[in-house]
Design a protein around this ligand. Structure first.
Ligand code: FES
Ligand SMILES: [Fe+2]
Length: 396
């Protein structure tokens, strides 16, 4: 089935049944999650034009600080230049394609370790040894491709599309919902390197997005603090770049650990309502947030192919909280506690592609508790359809 080409008008028309009211919608066609042809389409329809989260602004505070990442298999280096501006470049050397920077650190310039071509923090080639005989080679004309950068709530986003509209105005609903958490001020450690998983990026984002499975897959005292039936889905503007749900908790300042209560200092400006809710938010196609009273978990997804995604998982706490008594011990208790929950999610994520590759794979119906899946469909289908309209034209 999957060897047949999926991209045709009828396929895109079939998406209409996934963007009705949640109680009338069905899931997207299985090929959207497993077909390499469809993933190549997504690269052009989504990843070439959307704002892609690359990390936190705090990861590059001083001139010369840099960190590296990749989205849709494009290597990216993000750095703070000498004038203090945050910039993002292709991390591919203009000589023979070696990756320039690795991991993260501080540097005066980007030196390619292979043949020592050297780039300034503005992306310009400033040194290229023994190139004087290369006919027509003008060093001053060589520069790393640069990408648009936007910072939102302390997260850094890049965009490969020079004409992309800013993210901030279309993220206003979520920005308002998160105001009291003071995201830009939050602190955390540099996260561990990303982990690769053999499934589609949407399988993972939908799992992050799914409150329906909360007290089924994760049934038990550790996770039952956020029961599925306490999900509330806000009305969002048509052009929203992100979506979210509030999920009521069994008690105030609930948290995933044996005490079932926050172990870190609670964010100081939270209202009563906020202390009695988690917020699960998505900024597709790359960022998922789990927002609790004392801690934020962020997950940055990086799609690699139809069947591979890398994820960077990190945490944020209130300003100054990392200096609180026994912070590392409290952190470790929380991290140990969620391991069983994470393992359950990963187990499911790993089996879903087997189901979606089946000739019997469904286009299933949704529970009302899956409203956020329908919002994700809406975000996707709008973009899929407009890209297909352009590409399907004779010279598109
Ligand atoms: S590949 Fe970078 S200097 Fe040769
Ligand atoms: Fe889960």
């Amino acid at each position: 089935m999957l060897n047949k080409p999926v991209l045709c008008d009828a396929f895109f028309d079939s998406f209409d049944s996934s963007v009705r009211d949640v109680n009338e919608s069905e899931t997207l066609p299985p090929a959207c999650y497993v077909s390499e042809e469809f993933f190549e389409f997504e690269r052009r329809a989504l990843f070439d034009h959307e704002w892609l989260c690359v990390g936190r602004e705090a990861w590059a505070q001083r001139p010369g600080d840099y960190f590296t990442t990749a989205h849709a298999a494009e290597p990216i280096v993000v750095l703070r230049d000498n004038a203090g501006a945050l910039r993002a470049f292709s991390n591919v050397c203009r000589h023979r394609g070696m990756l320039l920077a690795e991991a993260h650190g501080n540097t005066r310039n980007l030196l390619c370790q292979y043949h020592h071509w050297c780039y300034g923090l503005d992306g310009k080639l400033i040194g290229a040894p023994a190139m004087e005989r290369a006919v027509g080679f003008d060093r001053t004309q060589v520069c790393l491709p640069e990408f648009k950068v936007e910072t939102w709530l302390g997260f850094v986003f890049i965009n490969f599309d020079k004409d992309a509209l800013p993210l901030g105005p279309r993220a206003a609903a979520l920005t308002a919902a998160l105001e009291n958490y003071e995201f830009a001020e939050l602190e955390g450690e540099f996260p561990p390197p990303p982990t690769k998983f053999p499934w589609n990026w949407k399988v993972m984002m939908e799992n992050n997005n799914d409150g329906y499975h909360a007290n089924k897959l994760h049934a038990g005292p550790l996770h039952n603090i956020v029961p599925s039936h306490l999900s509330v889905f806000p009305q969002l503007p048509e052009d929203t770049a992100c979506y979210f749900r509030w999920n009521g908790t069994e008690h105030q300042d609930a948290a995933f650990n044996p005490t079932r209560r926050a172990l870190m200092p609670v964010f100081p400006k939270l209202t009563e309502k906020e202390r009695n809710n988690f917020i699960f938010a998505q900024v597709p196609p790359t960022l998922s947030l789990v927002v609790m009273s004392d801690q934020i978990t962020y997950m940055i997804l990086s799609a690699l192919s139809a069947n591979e995604v890398a994820m960077t998982r990190g945490w944020l706490v209130a300003k100054g909280a990392m200096k609180s008594t026994m912070f590392q011990e409290r952190l470790r208790i929380g991290q140990e506690s969620i391991k069983s929950i994470v393992a359950q999610d990963l187990h499911v994520d790993g089996l879903i592609p087997n189901g979606l590759r089946s000739r019997f794979a469904p286009r299933g119906r949704y529970s009302w508790q899956e409203q956020a899946q329908r919002e994700f469909n809406y975000w996707l289908v709008k973009r899929y359809k407009s890209a297909w309209k352009v590409m399907a034209r004779p010279n598109g």
